[in-house]
Design a protein around this ligand. Structure first.
Ligand SMILES: Cc1ncc(COP(=O)(O)O)c(C=O)c1O
Length: 411
């Protein structure tokens, strides 16, 4: 039997041990952590809708009307009007003919990638894609070509090499740990030229970028060239769950073969109703998206004024790459002592040597609080002698390069 305590000890020794922190209040720009008020700088509740009174009310009304659970998988007895209605609205929002809800983004990605690529075929995946995509590639049993981050030349080389075996190109729209945006126009062009399906994960793009928060695909104007747009309900939409938007042929196929859709209980009605209300609020007040962008810009500027080399992202995700996992954790603890909660992110979530504080702005932050947070993080960084390494354009390569075709990030 494997010695789990020894494995935990290894994690502790290498600075990779994880533990849960318990928050004693709703998600919001401020939270209560271990009895202390903290400025929250690492939530994906980007628009502050998880705590919005209308969204809460929609969830509680749905619980009273529909009950708390869906009872079964959609194909057994769990498909309810609330599911169909949210799918209709999401498809409209993403300008696609159809949509399909999933239990979570993790389930959607593992299920959809493994449904759309199989043995003998090739799936092309950006090296910084989310772990759920990596796991989907593994489950598919297809050969996986991992192209260098956002490197369309490398992708094209792989597509040529695969000849007619290419089944699927899959990429994050906004990369979850760096906050940069995939070159979707070029990728869509390559997908069309090489007759390969294209799937974009908009987990961090929906509600955050593009016209009215419609996402990175809409921002690039390639809605018609992206076959599958996946997104989550648990981030900017303040609820839980996920969706895939595509044409009816694809959604019909997924209903028939996608295992997490078939073999998992449908989303609970309160979560569905909350996401629907959040979507309505986003449509009614798209100014929230602009506020989010302005807050992210203010945060970046304030961190740079502290001499911190934050990455070149243009989105709400603001990474400060520290490098070593233990030093990143020390900076996180230093910030916590000063009243700022910005979680350190370490391997395998990010490649070795690129541990970081992954900071996220929310539309509900006050600029003066973001400036205060930057001052506190600056002070903690100076105390520890930790300054962020320049990442991306013009600086050091953001990630160590991996061998072609190697799929090795998620441990
Ligand atoms: C890019 C990306 N895709 C998918 C997921 C998984 O979504 P969920 O949290 O709904 O499982 C995440 C979660 O953080 C993500 O960052």
């Amino acid at each position: 039997m494997p010695d789990l305590e020894a494995r935990l000890e290894e994690l502790r020794a290498s600075g990779l041990y994880r533990r849960l922190r318990v928050i004693e209040s709703p998600q919001g720009p401020q939270v209560l952590l271990d009895g202390r008020a903290m400025l929250l700088l690492c939530s994906n509740d980007y628009l502050g809708l998880a705590d919005h009174s209308h969204v809460r009310r929609a969830a509680s009304d749905a619980a009273m009307h529909w009950g708390t659970g869906a009872g079964a998988s959609r194909l057994v007895c769990g498909s309810m009007q609330v599911h169909a209605e949210l799918e209709r609205r999401l498809a409209e929002f993403k300008d696609k003919p159809a949509a399909l809800l999933f239990g979570s983004g993790y389930l959607a990605n593992t299920g959809v990638v493994s449904a759309l690529a199989g043995r003998g075929e090739v799936v092309f995946s950006d090296e910084l894609n989310h772990a759920s995509i990596i796991d989907g590639c593994r489950l598919s049993r297809a050969e996986t070509f991992v192209y260098r981050h956002a490197d369309t030349e490398h992708l094209e080389w792989g597509l040529r090499k695969a000849r007619d075996r290419g089944a699927l190109i899959v990429t994050d729209g906004v990369f979850s740990m760096d906050g940069d945006v995939a070159p979707l126009a070029e990728i869509a062009e390559l997908a069309a030229r090489h007759d390969c399906r294209l799937m974009v994960d908009e987990a961090h793009a929906t509600g955050c970028v593009g016209p009215g928060g419609r996402g990175s695909v809409a921002a690039a104007g390639v809605e018609e060239r992206v076959d599958v747009v996946m997104g989550t309900l648990g981030k900017a939409l303040g609820s839980y769950g996920a969706y895939v938007c595509a044409d009816e042929g694809v959604t019909e196929y997924l209903v028939n073969v996608c295992r997490p859709f078939i073999f998992s209980t449908a989303l609970p009605p309160p979560a569905v109703a909350a996401a629907q209300r959040a979507l309505e609020l986003l449509l009614a007040r798209p100014g929230r998206v602009d506020k989010l962008a302005a807050n992210a810009a203010a945060l970046r500027e304030a961190l740079r004024a502290e001499g911190l080399a934050v990455g070149p992202s243009q989105t709400q995700i603001v990474p400060l790459v520290v490098g070593d996992a233990e030093r990143a954790m020390a900076l996180c603890e230093g910030a916590l002592e000063r009243g700022v909660f910005a979680q350190a992110i370490r391997p395998p979530t990010v490649p070795p040597g690129t541990s970081r504080l992954r900071m996220t702005a929310m539309a509900t932050h006050r600029v003066r609080d973001l400036r205060r947070a930057a001052r506190e993080i600056g002070a903690a960084a100076r105390e520890l002698g930790v300054l962020g390494a320049p990442a991306g354009e013009g600086g050091e390569p953001r990630t160590p390069r991996r061998d072609d075709g190697a799929l090795d990030r998620a441990a």
